[in-house]
Design a protein around this ligand. Structure first.
Ligand SMILES: CN1c2c(nc(N)[nH]c2=O)NC[C@@H]1CNc1ccc(C(=O)N[C@@H](CCC(=O)N[C@@H](CCC(=O)N[C@@H](CCC(=O)O)C(=O)O)C(=O)O)C(=O)O)cc1
Ligand SMILES: N[C@@H](CCS)C(=O)O
Ligand SMILES: [Zn+2]
Length: 764
């Protein structure tokens, strides 16, 4: 009998219930008791859905109020002193670490937030200080296990493994990862023992870091950790779960360590099958085979999957193969059932999380019983696939074929453009600006909701948006910013909005995917070739510019980001799709320029997201075409038109030359939560592009003080040439409230004015 398993299930609620409850709790509108009660109901629902689909290994402890890595940190008492000192109760300490705290108990920044491998999910970065005392601090994972047991469901508790935890953490003192290995082994052993006494049979240890490039020292640390952990684990079975890639650096070591189950991703893990074929697989060990895609939403090709699984059976007996998701289902929406407006002809092609549970069941059945009648299901699947004619737009194909080298090269060179732009724009030193979006108030969201329900006429909606734009321009002038924005009020999301206005995308109504904390996105689906039929942003940008003499930035999302934050096609390459989108955005850039927009920002917030996990693949598989796609968008603007780009959560590291190769004139990026590490790497690499490292963190409701911003700016000025430095928050302001936004921006401008005075005094 085949078995099935799920690595993790989404937790935000199919209608984002958890988001609403948690935000109500933040706003003091829901009690803590009620929040916990509601969340328990959600967990119960998720377990029951999995039970109904006969999933054999159902996860627990995959739930989180904000982020699973943060949960692990709190569970293991990795709570930095400044949060403990606030003296809040556990849940509020947890939220203070996630969002910062500013109130009667003190004023503390949030912990850093980073991209979770190659996804649009973000985790809170755990911190080890020299005095960190690793010990079990909360009951979370055990209480979830007991909760499921009460429903008669024996779950497989999921824990972030110690190796990944150590590798993802920040160290603020002199102690390093190795120094915490011993205490972590003891703590995890205690966890094993507690779960064993609760009657758990299996435990899943998530170690996605194993799919990254590893040094011999790192492999040594991994081996030490698990040798320590697996010794004396009684008869609790331990599954080592990897995902997002292959384990080429440690395959043999993993096989020798004595795990009871090993989870490998056969979709993103290009080399896993070859590793298995060449090196074999230990006897009496279960292979949790990741064959149901946890990241994309296209239905599983059963025929292809069956063929792949048949390849395993040369090395592993069938009873030892567990059909698994390729990663947690956190990265896909809940269910197609919520998509009332989507035609069945489209739905036939998709599987969201709940439909993937069905796929796991189907595959289990098909593998157990490979008779012809059952195989009908494979054939139906193949018939579902689209034909090329459905997808191809001949006009776009022709444009792509006609591209030549000059379409990717902007003239003149950066230095020449920089001089021209300084002369033309006449901006003060340290120009102050924002990243684009202003607070998306309840009022704005309600207009859009009414527009969708046809309760508000499009003309009225547009008029309302224009009023907001006018207000926003007036506010920015009053605050004293130098380069203004229109505020992006017309956009539900920076990617979904462009998808909605380009041909070739499909939309969902409720297909929410968690991005960080309580924040979600609805990635559009790329269905056919992409084309821009009409200008998209022109009317709002030109309207905003008509209200002020200061430059207003045209605001666009770049091709790589639109691609990376959508569900991509699987029948053509990402490169081809990116070039199609690039042509559409290029037309928009030229329209903006032709209508008097002097500064255009093309956001590539997600450039780093699909960067291959293995360094060796960076250029050949991704950067060469991704950077070209960006260059294609702006290569033919006039020299004096200033092109900005923006990236969030970017640790550029060894990518700096590639970022420079985008050939933008100005780049803004996150820096505030990562203590200027990015600035250091830019300096070391001799970065030429003008830069706006974020001076404060917009993901937290805290208002940064003028002094805090001054300190950040002075730190930057010590490293970056004054003439190259811009001043801005680290990302868009859409998630923030209006009052805190204005207060924060005023402090930014005050800090800039003070520094300008100092500069002037020095010059005089
Ligand atoms: C900048 N980031 C982005 C990422 N990915 C994107 N695709 N977009 C991004 O901007 N990744 C990295 C970073 C950080 N990530 C995020 C992700 C999500 C948000 C965010 O603020 N999300 C909002 C939802 C935005 C949205 O789609 N809004 C819609 C729907 C609004 C809504 O909730 N409407 C209600 C009805 C309202 C009423 O009737 O009054 C409803 O539908 O129920 C819109 O504005 O129309 C979120 O709330 O999670 C930020 C950063
Ligand atoms: N222009 C966008 C970029 C976010 S990454 C915004 O300001 O929201
Ligand atoms: Zn951003």
């Amino acid at each position: 009998m085949s078995k099935s398993s799920v690595i993790g299930f989404p937790r935000i609620g199919s209608l984002r219930e958890l988001k609403h409850w948690t935000e109500d709790y933040f706003a003091g509108k829901l009690s803590l008791t009620q929040l916990h009660k509601n969340a328990a109901g959600l967990r119960e629902q998720h377990w029951l859905w999995q039970k109904q689909k006969d999933i054999d290994f159902i996860p627990s402890n995959d739930f989180s109020f904000y982020d699973g890595v943060l949960d692990t940190a709190c569970f293991l008492n990795l709570i930095p002193r400044e949060y403990q000192d606030l003296g809040l109760h556990d849940t509020d300490t947890y939220f203070a670490m996630a969002r910062g705290y500013q109130g009667e108990k003190g004023d503390v920044k949030a912990l850093a937030m980073r991209k979770w491998f190659n996804t649009n999910y973000h985790y809170i970065v755990p911190v080890f200080d020299d005095d960190t005392e690793v010990r079990l601090n909360t009951d979370g994972p055990f209480s979830y296990y007991r909760e499921a047991m009460k429903l008669g469901i024996k779950t497989k508790p999921v824990l972030l493994g110690p190796f990944t935890l150590l590798k993802l953490a920040d160290y603020r003192g002199v102690k390093k990862a190795e120094d915490f290995a011993g205490p972590l082994i003891s703590a995890y052993r205690e966890v094993f023992s507690k779960f064993h006494s609760l009657g758990a049979e299996w435990l899943q240890m998530d170690e996605p870091i194993l799919v990254t490039d590893l040094t011999q020292e790192e492999i040594g640390l991994f081996k030490d950790l698990y040798t320590g952990l697996l010794t004396g684990k009684e008869d609790l079975k331990v599954l080592l779960q990897t995902y997002f890639g292959d384990v080429r650096d440690v395959y043999r070591e993993i096989m020798k360590l004595g795990f009871d189950g090993i989870g490998l991703d056969f979709l993103e893990g290009k080399k896993n099958l070859q590793l298995l074929e060449e090196n074999g697989f230990p006897k009496n060990t279960l292979l949790f085979a990741g064959v149901v895609n946890g990241k994309n939403i296209w239905r599983n090709n059963y025929e292809k999957t069956r063929k792949m699984i048949n390849q395993f059976t040369a090395k592993i007996t069938e009873e030892n193969i567990v059909i698994n998701t390729s990663c947690s289902l956190l990265h896909v929406p809940y269910s197609l059932e919520n998509e009332d407006n989507m035609d069945q002809k489209y739905k036939n092609h998709f599987a969201f999380a709940r439909e993937k549970l069905q796929e796991l069941g189907d595959l289990k059945e098909l593998l157990d019983d490979q008779d012809e009648e059952k195989n009908e299901k494979y054939l139906q699947q193949i018939a579902l696939r689209k034909t090329k004619e459905d997808d191809v737009n001949p006009g776009i194909q022709k444009r792509i074929k006609a591209l030549s080298e000059k379409d990717f090269k902007r003239c003149p060179d950066f230095e020449e453009r920089e001089k021209l732009q300084k002369a033309k724009l006449k901006l003060p030193v340290l120009p102050a600006t924002t990243i684009g979006s202003f607070p998306q108030t309840a009022e704005v969201k309600a207009w859009r909701a009414k527009l969708k329900k046809k309760e508000l006429a499009p003309a009225q909606y547009e008029e309302n948006i224009k009023k907001k734009i006018a207000q926003c321009i007036a506010q920015q002038e009053e605050i004293g910013l130098d380069v203004l924005v229109h505020g992006e009020f017309e956009r539900n999301d920076m990617v979904e909005y462009f998808g909605e206005n380009l041909e070739g995308f499909l939309f969902t109504q409720k297909a929410w995917v968690q991005s960080y904390g309580t924040r979600c996105v609805k990635p559009p689906i790329i269905w056919t070739d992409i084309e821009r039929k009409n200008p998209i942003t022109l009317k709002y940008s030109t309207y905003a510019q008509s209200l002020t003499a200061k430059p207003v930035k045209g605001m666009l999302t770049g091709p790589v980001t639109i691609l990376n934050w959508s569900f991509p096609r699987e029948d053509i390459s990402d490169k081809e799709t990116a070039f199609q989108i690039a042509l559409a955005i290029r037309d928009e850039v030229l329209d903006l320029e032709a209508h008097g927009i002097r500064v255009i920002q093309i956001d590539e917030a997600a450039l780093k997201e699909k960067l291959p996990i293995r360094r060796a693949d960076w250029h050949t598989e991704y950067l060469d075409w991704a950077i070209s796609a960006f260059r294609l968008v702006h290569s033919s603007v006039r020299p004096e038109t200033q092109i900005h780009t923006h990236m969030c959560y970017s640790e550029f590291g060894q990518m700096i030359k590639d970022i420079e190769a985008m050939d933008a004139d100005v780049i803004s990026f996150e820096a505030s939560r990562s203590n200027l590490a990015i600035v250091n790497s830019l300096v070391e690499a001799g970065f030429q592009t003008e830069v706006g490292p974020g001076v404060y963190d917009i993901h937290s409701p805290r208002v940064p003080s003028k002094e805090e911003i001054l300190k950040a700016l002075k730190g930057m000025l010590g490293k970056i040439e004054q003439a190259k430095l811009w001043v801005n928050p680290d990302c868009g302001l859409k998630t923030r409230g209006e009052t805190e936004t204005i207060a924060s921006l005023k402090n930014v401008v005050q800090a800039v004015l003070e520094i300008r005075e100092e500069i002037k005094a020095r010059q005089d």
